[in-house]
Design a binder for this molecule. Structure first.
Ligand code: PEP
Ligand code: MN
Length: 337
């Protein structure tokens, strides 16, 4: 449930309500907006049954939150969350572009990509060092060696870096080198991994599971936030449907639905959503028009030789063409880029 305080509520009154909730063994999360302060209550609310909170003069109303996710819920936190990564701000009206190879293949490949995407106006470098491949015989990633190249690419370009983690070992290695942890679609409901990623305190980009509902996805984000880590970025990357013309089906409606249900920033990954490089630009434009906070796009110096996801990876020229179209459109829509 949430307790909405009256606009003129004094800090002492807010504290009094918070103390009472905590005395009953529940957790109170305060969200101070410009107009009103909201106190979100997490825990067994039957413990508050005999407590009439409305007797407090400065309590405006009590609203019950029926969704099982609370901390990710917009009702708990009406203002959009912004996530700061070095000097990049994610969410709150900016448009942030992440790009890079599906898999880090070599130092040369990664450094060349980092420089090319920076020149084209990207803000964050992506690259996989631990690859959750469908086949156990496919390239599995360079692991820690790849993370070291990520750090070198950041030193060279100044771009913050993001890498997927697939195990506790990967988390322990990644925290030494990267700025954002990525939890992939296949691990969206690996609750142990979500909690461990949450504990690091690093921003976490959480992809939507292959067949996950929005409710399941937001509950997964709750696992990270409930570890005391509010820096979660959601990423829609296409879901399984009956359609076979594309690798997955981009659920563009996830953008307004997430904006309504949650305060977390939402990115779109048109590369994994389509699996086809020719469709990446139009879906990127659609995502920005629909209000996405950012894009994650795969690029490669020579996609035809890529060890992973070549058919959906853009060449550097194609990526530059894409950012050239995205930027004026984003500005026209009043977004900072
Ligand atoms: C990726 O970003 O390289 C990846 C494996 O994505 P997803 O988890 O969305 O399949
Ligand atoms: Mn990929």
């Amino acid at each position: 449930m949430i307790i909405v305080m009256k606009p003129q509520a004094k800090p002492e009154s807010i504290q009094k309500v918070k103390n009472l909730i905590e005395e009953k063994g529940l957790v109170a999360h305060i969200s101070a907006g410009t107009e009103v302060t909201i106190i979100g209550v997490v825990g067994d609310k039957t413990l508050l049954q005999d407590q009439n909170l409305e007797i407090f003069d400065e309590v405006d109303k009590i609203v019950s939150v029926t969704e099982s996710y609370k901390l990710a819920n917009r009702k708990f936190h009406p203002e959009p969350t912004t996530v700061r990564v070095r000097d990049v701000t994610i969410g709150g009206g900016t448009l942030v572009i992440m790009s890079g190879p599906c898999a880090i293949e070599s130092r040369e490949q990664l450094l060349a990509t980092a420089q090319a995407i920076k020149k084209a106006g990207a803000h964050i470098l992506r690259g996989g060092a631990y690859k959750p491949r469908t086949s156990p015989y496919a390239f599995q990633g360079l692991e820690e060696e790849g993370l070291k190249y990520m750090q070198e690419a950041r030193d060279l370009t100044g771009l913050p870096v993001i890498c997927e983690v697939t195990s506790l070992n990967a988390i322990e290695a990644a925290v030494k080198y990267v700025d954002i942890l990525q939890i992939g679609a296949r691990n969206m409901q690996n609750f142990y991994l979500l909690k461990e990623a949450g504990k690091t305190g690093l921003p976490v980009l959480l992809k939507r599971g292959l067949s996950a509902t929005i409710d399941e996805w937001l509950n997964a984000s709750e696992y990270i936030i409930s570890e005391g880590n509010p820096n979660v970025i959601l990423c829609e990357r296409g879901i399984r449907t009956f359609e076979t013309a594309t690798r997955n089906t981009l659920d563009i409606s996830a953008i307004p639905v997430i904006k309504e249900k949650s305060h977390l920033p939402i990115f779109i990954d048109p590369s994994h959503a389509t699996g086809v490089r020719a469709y990446v630009k139009s879906l990127s434009l659609a995502a920005v028009a629909a209000g996405a906070d950012g894009l994650m796009i795969e690029t490669h110096p020579n996609p035809s030789c890529a060890l992973s996801d070549g058919p959906q990876s853009l060449t550097f020229d194609q990526f530059e063409e894409l950012t050239g179209e995205i930027k004026p459109m984003a500005r026209l829509l009043g977004r900072k880029i």
